[in-house]
Design a protein around this ligand. Structure first.
Ligand SMILES: CC(C)(COP(=O)(O)OP(=O)(O)OC[C@H]1O[C@@H](n2cnc3c(N)ncnc32)[C@H](O)[C@@H]1OP(=O)(O)O)[C@@H](O)C(=O)NCCC(=O)NCCS
Length: 140
């Protein structure tokens, strides 16, 4: 298993992975929108895990000069619980730290307790915040 920067030939693998891992995500999180958008901005913060020539995991990070954020952390279902998710998070953390980032944030759906346990195991703490958001454009 290798973790490396995303390449254009990874698109189909990432798309299938996200369809499996995030079946209920809104349309604007789909690979055909989110991947090109990421490649236009901090493209070196999109990583994939490759095994047997195919994509088995992904992580997207962003740094705004103040905080780093993680998105799209996913591992193919039949490859889970083997350390791939942890390795992806560590890879993104290293890339953020290299940019000067000192704190990483991420959001997990309140109903997704298993994923919260995954992040807790990696040293993340649940913080007493309310997550707010507003779309700046009409929904696609
Ligand atoms: C969350 C996810 C990325 C974890 O990937 P993974 O490769 O299975 O994780 P790892 O094997 O690296 O696990 C690291 C540690 O987290 C813990 N962990 C992982 N999945 C867990 C789960 N479902 N429940 C409880 N603990 C879990 C394990 O304790 C593991 O430590 P261990 O090796 O000592 O057992 C994977 O389950 C996934 O893709 N889920 C669907 C997509 C998703 O919800 N992503 C999160 C978006 S915020």
């Amino acid at each position: 298993m290798e973790i490396r920067r995303y390449r254009p030939t990874d698109f189909d693998g990432v798309q299938s992975l996200w369809e499996e891992a995030f079946p209920n995500d809104p349309p604007w999180n789909r690979a055909e929108i989110a991947v090109p958008a990421k490649l236009a901005f901090q493209p070196d913060l999109l990583f994939v895990a490759i095994d047997g020539g195919g994509v088995i995991g992904s992580v997207m990070a962003g740094y705004d000069g103040h905080r780093g954020w993680l998105y799209a952390v996913a591992v193919q279902e039949d490859c889970q619980r083997g350390g791939v998710g942890a390795a992806l998070v560590r890879k993104a953390e290293s890339a953020l730290a290299a940019l000067g980032c000192e704190k990483v944030n991420l959001q997990v759906r309140a109903s997704n307790e298993a994923v919260a346990r995954f992040y807790t195991k990696l040293g993340y703490a649940v913080e007493d915040r309310i997550s707010l958001g507003r779309r700046l454009s009409a929904e696609p």
